[in-house]
Design a protein around this ligand. Sequence first.
Ligand SMILES: [Zn+2]
Length: 446
Amino acid sequence: MKILTILICKLLVIAGKLLGKGSSLPGAIALKLCPDILSRLSLPENIIAVTGSNGKTSTVEMLAKVLQDGGKKVVFNKEGSNQIEGVTTLLLKSATLTGKVKGDIVLLESDERFARLTFRHIKPTVFVITNLYRDQLTRNAHPYRVAAAVQDAVDLVPDATLVLNADDPIVCDLAKGRDKVIYFGMDRNAYSTEVSDALFNDCHYCPRCKAEMVYDYFHYTHLGSYRCTGCGFARPETTYTVDSMDFESNAITINGDPICLEFASKYNVYNLCAAYAAACIAGLVGKEVARMLSAFVMKNGRIVRFTAGENKGLLITSKHENSTSYNQSLGYVASRKEASTLVILVDAISRKYYTAETSWLWDISFEMLNNTSVKKIILTGKYAYDLALRFQSANIQTAEVIVEPDLDKMGQLIAEKTDNALYAVTCFSDKEKLFDRVKVQGPVAK
Ligand SMILES: [Zn+2]
C-alpha cells in the first residue's frame, strides 16, 4: 500500500500541476489511502520545522536558499502549504517509491495550530518558533489558544532543539522543562521604545504565574525585554543576536556579521535572525550565512514595487486580521521622510475562508499616522467604511482621508500625478486587486 500511495500521490502532483491546482489535495488523498504513510517514510536525519504567527514563509524561504547555497540538498514546502496534507504532498513527491525522502534536510513550514498533527508522524530535530501574536481571530481566537496548540507540538518532540525568539515571552514560555533550547533576539537599539507600538499587550501578565510583567523596552507589540515580578521568568540570553541595526544605511549585524537590507523593518530583521540561527545550527558558518542573506531576493513577493500612472509605488503586503503585521507596515510608511499617499485596501478579509468580522481594525495603531509625512490616506475596498469608522476614531489631523470603496476609482485616484511617494498596504487576499489596477515592477530584495 505504501508504494501505491506514493505513486498515486506523485501522479496527482503531476496532474495538479497540469491543472494548476493547489498542493494539498494529493497529500489529503494519500492520507486517506494510507493514514500512517508519513510514519512509514525514511526521512533525512535533519528535519527543521518553522512555526509562528508571522514570518514563517519568509524565514523558510531564506533558510532554504541559504542551506542550498551552503551545499545542502533541501526538501521544503515552497508553496507554503503548511498543514499536514501539504506536508504529505511535499514528502511523498520527494520520496522514492520505497519511501526514502531524498535530501540532506527536510525544512517544513508548519501551521502553528496543526504542527501537533504533523509532529505525530514526523519528528523535527530543530523546531524554530518565530513569534505568537493576535492573528486570524476568526480561526485562532486568542494567542494563548495558539500557544497551547504549539505547546502540544513541542511536547511531541522532546528530543528536538527548540530555537525560540527570546524577545517574545509567549514563545519563551514554551521552553519550560526543556534542556535543548537556543534563543535568538534583538538587543536594545535606537528603535526600541519605552511604550509598545500596539494598543494592547497580550503579555501584560506572566504566562507562568500571572503576576505582572515589567518591560525595560519594547521592539513592538509584546516583544522586548521583560521580566515577571512574581516568578522571575525573564527574557533569556541570546545565542544569535541582532546586535546593531541602522535603518538609515539599511544595515544590521547579527553576531557581528553584517547584513544589508533593502526593506528596513524590525519585523523582517527577526526573520533574518531566525534564518541565520537555524542555518548556523545546521552547520553553516555565520559569516557565510550573513553574506548569503545579504544577497537574497525574496520570491514570495511581499514587498513589491509598482507604478500607477507616472507615480512610483510600493506595496507592503500585510495580513488582515493581524494588527502586528499592519502596525509594522504602517510604522514603515510613517517613518519615511518624504511626503506620501497611503492606500489601505480591505476587500476580502481572508483568502481561505469568508468572514466579515472587522474587530481587528480596532487593534491596529492607525493613530501612529498622525503628525507624520503621510499626507493623503485612501481607504478602499468593500470594508472602506469600516476603515473609515476606525479612522474617525483615530482622528488623523495631518492627512486628508479619502473613502473610496470602488477599486477602479481608487486606481484612477492613485494614477493622478502627484509628488507624493505612494504606498499601499493590503493582504495577500487582496493584492491582486491592486495589481489589476497598477503596473507591477517587481519584488524588493527582502
Ligand atoms: Zn511569573
